[in-house]
Each structure stands twice: as C-alpha cells, then as structure tokens.
Design a protein around this ligand. Structure first.
Ligand SMILES: NC(=O)c1ccc[n+]([C@@H]2O[C@H](COP(=O)([O-])OP(=O)(O)OC[C@H]3O[C@@H](n4cnc5c(N)ncnc54)[C@H](O)[C@@H]3O)[C@@H](O)[C@H]2O)c1
Length: 313
C-alpha cells in the first residue's frame, strides 16, 4: 500500500489492540486513531513515543453520538474493531453489557458503510465454536455451537459483517481469536494470572482437576498474522483462526510458569466453574501459518518475554 492510510483501532488501549497500534505506527505510511473507553484498557498501553502517526480519543463505541463524531471527522480507510467486554468471569457476570456490544458493532458498520471504509477487521472469538464437536476447529467445516452471551454476540457479529457485505458491499475479515497471551495482558487471564501469582509467591489456583487443555498463541505471532492479512490483502470477506495448535493442560501450564519464574508457589485446586470452561479447544492453523510465513513462537520463549515484562514483588 503506497498512499498514507488512515486506520481506526477500537479497543486500542487494550491488550491486543495496543499491540496492533504498535505494529501500525512502526510503519511510515499510516495515521492511526485509537478509540477506547478505558473500561478494561489503560492509557499505559498507548505508545510511549509521541508523534503524528497516532491519536488517542476516549470514546464509548456503543454510544452513537460519540463514535459518529470520530468516524465522521476522519475518513478511515480501514477499521480494526477490537473493543468489547471481555474475560470469562466479566462476561458471565455482565451479560446485558455483553449484549450492548451489538449496538457498538452496528454503529461501526453503519458508519463504515457510509464513509467509504475499504475493509473492517473484526475480533471474533474461538468461543463461537462452543463445546467442540471436531478437532482441530476449522473455519469452514466446524459447526458453531455458541451458547453463552459472549459467544452468541461474537457469532451474531460475524453474521452482521456478512450481511453488510452482501447488502452494502462493505468488505470484512473475521479473525476468530483463540487464547492469546503476552506482555500487557490484564491479570484476569490464565497466563497473566498464573505469572502474577507465581512472581508474588502466592498459590496458583486451578478450577477443576486442571486436565482441561488449552492452546496459547503468543501476541507477536498473533499480530504478525493479522497484520499480514491486512497488508497482503488476504482473507477478504473470509474467516481465519488466529491461534496456536499446541495443546497443554492447565496443570502443566501452572508447573511450567512456577518453574520459569523460579517461584515457591503451590498449586491449589478449586471447584470447577459451572459454565464457560471448555474442556478442549484447538484451532486448525493452516491459514494462520500461511499468514505468518514462519513457525510459532514456542510457549517457553513467549512466557519468558511475558515474565520479563512484569514486576517481581
Ligand atoms: N486476548 C484473547 O485471547 C482474545 C480471545 C478471543 C477474542 N478476543 C477479542 O479480542 C478483542 C480484544 O481483547 P483483549 O484481550 O485485548 O481485551 P482488552 O480488555 O485488553 O481490550 C478490549 C478493549 O476494549 C475497550 N472497550 C471495551 N468496551 C468498549 C466500548 N464500548 N467502547 C470503547 N472501548 C471499549 C476496553 O477498555 C479495552 O481497552 C476483544 O474483542 C475480545 O473479545 C481476545
């Protein structure tokens, strides 16, 4: 892409969004507008360098008046929509706030179609697959079994993108994000939580017997793949899993983190969560590997970088 592009990143003060911001502003040919209501994000995640490549605007995208003022003031070439209520416990505790995110996506879609946005990139979730019926989970063949509000909302979001494409010609790319980890992730998520506990020498708590397996994608791999879909004009009006397919069970994960942090923490088992704790998830990563054009960062390497980014108590 040769001309200067104007990019909107919603949720850009959050974990994934802020990494995407960093990736874009490392290029010369962009003007990045970051919007975020700072509900779970933080201005600490914004770029440390101040230059004319990025601007932060505090804004609730679910409020039409607020987001329309931004989207009508700039003419965005591309929109990365990452703002959402996230986190298993937070989404279970606040289902009506989760449903409200439908309004936010509708605002973004209406404003995008009316202002000539060339493509919208949507952060869907592996949760749309629900309790797995086939492994690995493939973008085209695996049925979507979503049941919980967060997952159903992400699934509806995908339907809305397809509808705006077929009725209004607004192009999209859907990223089905599997667990991602790395520096700046909030301590609500399993890896950042385990690392914080291990660094503080506190018990690392596991729900259930810990035999549930997970796959974890390092944020640098995630951003490489998503940026490549943008830059290489790939997966237009299509869906791609963003994740890593190497499985590890939660007990092994806790043990690895305790060892890598040289911690004396003990593992403590709590009753299984009643809802929202899938036994297994594993993406089909054929498309993801094609986008990265390299192998995955090994878990130990990604953990090392994440541990180094966190304060030791
Ligand atoms: N990190 C993962 O492993 C993962 C997995 C699946 C899906 N996702 C999706 O990726 C996206 C980013 O997640 P994350 O892990 O970076 O979480 P995050 O909480 O760090 O980022 C979300 C950001 O959106 C902002 N936000 C929330 N509601 C908003 C609103 N109404 N208006 C403006 N800003 C708002 C928050 O303040 C936060 O900065 C989300 O859409 C999430 O559903 C992430």
């Amino acid at each position: 892409m040769s001309e200067k592009q104007t990019i909107l990143i919603t949720g850009g003060a959050g974990f994934v969004g802020s990494w995407l911001v960093d990736k874009f502003i490392s290029k010369n040919d962009v003007n990045v507008i970051i919007v975020d209501d700072l509900s779970t994000g933080s201005t600490n995640n914004l770029p440390q360098v101040h230059n004319d490549r990025w601007t932060f605007i505090k804004c609730d995208i679910n409020n039409y008046r607020e987001i329309s003022a931004v989207m009508l003031a700039f003419r965005f070439d591309y929109v990365f929509h990452y703002a959402a209520v996230v986190g298993v416990q937070r989404t279970l505790d606040n289902p009506s706030a989760v449903l409200k995110d439908i309004e936010g996506l509708k605002n973004i879609l209406d404003l995008s179609k009316n202002t000539g946005v060339k493509r919208i990139f949507y952060s869907s979730s592996s949760e749309v697959y629900g309790e797995p019926v086939e492994m690995p989970q493939n973008e085209k063949t695996t049925p979507l079994n979503s049941r919980l509000p967060y997952a159903v909302v992400k699934n509806l979001g995908e339907v809305m993108l397809r509808t705006y494409q077929s009725e209004y010609g607004l192009n999209y790319t859907i990223f089905r994000l599997f667990n991602t980890y790395g520096p700046r992730q909030s301590p609500d998520f399993v890896i950042s939580k385990f690392i914080s506990k291990a660094l503080a020498g506190e018990d690392v708590t596991i729900y259930g017997d810990g035999n549930q397996t997970r796959t974890f994608c390092f944020i640098e791999d995630h951003i490489l793949a998503t940026f490549s879909a943008y830059e290489g004009n790939q997966f237009i009006n299509d869906v791609v899993n963003i994740g890593n397919d190497v499985q590890i069970n939660v007990v092994e994960l806790a043990q690895t983190i305790i060892k890598q942090t040289n911690s004396n923490s003990k593992i403590k088992y709590l009753p299984a969560l009643p809802d929202g704790d899938m036994q297994r998830r594993q993406p089909d990563v054929t498309n993801m590997i094609g986008l990265m054009n390299r192998t995955f960062t090994p878990l130990e390497k990604g953990l090392e970088k994440t541990i180094l980014s966190l304060p030791r108590h």
